[in-house]
Ligand binder design. Structure first.
Ligand SMILES: NC(=O)c1ccc[n+]([C@@H]2O[C@H](COP(=O)([O-])OP(=O)(O)OC[C@H]3O[C@@H](n4cnc5c(N)ncnc54)[C@H](OP(=O)(O)O)[C@@H]3O)[C@@H](O)[C@H]2O)c1
Length: 328
């Protein structure tokens, strides 16, 4: 089969389209014919060997085929697989601990990573949800305890995670502020943001405005900046950002949270939670939360897709569409 392969950490140019052996499912695995795989900032960070990647592979990538999100069709199942059979359409997030590998024609993975795909979604649409939408939903609802009427700010709102977070926060009845670069602000309005901030023009932690809930996907400031931007009982949750800020939130944020009424912590992430995927499917069908898909690239152009993401142009999500010559 064809797959995108990398041997060492580095820029997208190091990725190669290669002919590799098609996997055979183990007893508890499902062989999936990949139809679509969306691109996440986390895929790029792992490719470049950012700190998050080094736990699994200190010197070299732990997995040779990148890619986390998947939508595809079950082609074969191992003998202990109970939930799926050949022909089922599935979606899932194959990031840690499931071994990645979605930038390929096929991938073999534990059945626990997969759920039946809603028939109402195309493969492309389905591939955008498993990582970005699940994290946004669980972080806002479960950790953030989002309530109607609250002032909620999403920093990095125009990207993969943020476009789901903005729509979800609106669905939960919040007054939503989206922060991103100027070129993404009109799109943020179109998906429901009540207020928009160009991060190049304004630092949301210094504006004097206070928020009940902040979800930050690109956090790089001090915890004291974030504490200042919170209302008296406000909650700040970091999803992505610098290692320094993550460590500050983990250590100082925990102390601040214990000593006062403001809370600072990490995001929630129960990957592939079936109830949450079903809930997201309902919101999709009701037209309340829909994917924002900027571009589609074929498998051979994964490096271009990642470069496009890295250059900061993407409005929402980029999707890799995997064509199969036999068309089954
Ligand atoms: N904690 C976890 O469990 C977990 C799991 C998965 C992913 N993540 C993390 O989540 C993060 C976000 O992922 P994503 O897929 O949503 O990324 P993305 O699609 O690249 O979106 C990030 C957005 O932030 C914007 N941005 C960049 N600098 C900014 C700044 N200083 N202020 C405000 N906005 C800024 C970017 O726009 P411009 O480029 O135009 O500036 C872009 O629109 C990644 O860092 C990833 O590692 C965390």
């Amino acid at each position: 089969m064809k797959a995108i392969v990398y041997e060492k950490y580095g820029p997208p140019d190091g990725l190669q389209l290669k002919e590799v052996e098609k996997p055979t499912p183990k007893d508890d695995e499902v062989l999936v014919r990949v139809h679509a795989a969306s691109v996440n900032a986390a895929d790029l960070e792992i490719l470049r060997g950012a700190w998050v990647a080094r736990f699994g592979g200190p010197l070299r990538p732990q997995h040779k085929i990148p890619g986390s999100d998947i939508a595809g069709r079950v082609e074969a199942v191992g003998r202990n697989v109970k939930q799926f059979q050949p022909g089922d359409d599935v979606w899932g997030d194959l990031s840690f601990p499931y071994g990645y590998g979605t930038f390929a024609e096929h991938v073999s993975v534990s059945e626990n990573a997969l759920t039946l795909k809603p028939a109402s979604m195309t493969f492309e649409e389905a591939s955008t949800y498993p990582q970005s939408a699940i994290i946004s939903l669980q972080t806002l609802r479960d950790k953030g305890k989002i309530q109607p009427g609250q002032k909620v700010l999403i920093n990095g709102a125009g990207g993969g995670m943020g476009t789901f977070a903005v729509q979800l926060a609106k669905y939960f009845g919040a007054e939503v502020t989206g922060v991103d670069s100027a070129s993404k602000l009109e799109m943020l309005r179109s998906i429901g943001a009540d207020h928009i901030i160009d991060y190049a023009q304004e630092d949301y932690t210094k504006s004097g405005q206070r928020y009940d809930l902040i979800l930050d996907v690109v956090a790089h400031r001090s915890v004291f900046d974030y504490r200042r931007a919170l209302s008296p009982e406000g909650i700040f949750l970091i999803v992505g950002g610098s290692l320094t800020t993550f460590l500050q939130v983990l250590i100082l944020g925990a102390l601040i949270s214990r000593m006062g009424s403001k809370k600072l912590g990490l995001n929630a992430y129960d990957a592939n939670n079936k109830e949450d995927l079903a809930f997201l499917a309902e919101l999709f069908e009701a037209g309340k939360v829909v994917p924002v898909i900027d571009r589609r690239y074929p498998l051979s152009e994964v490096p271009e897709a990642l470069r496009y993401l890295e250059e900061g142009h993407v409005l929402g999500k980029v999707v890799i569409t995997v064509e199969h010559n036999d068309k089954t």
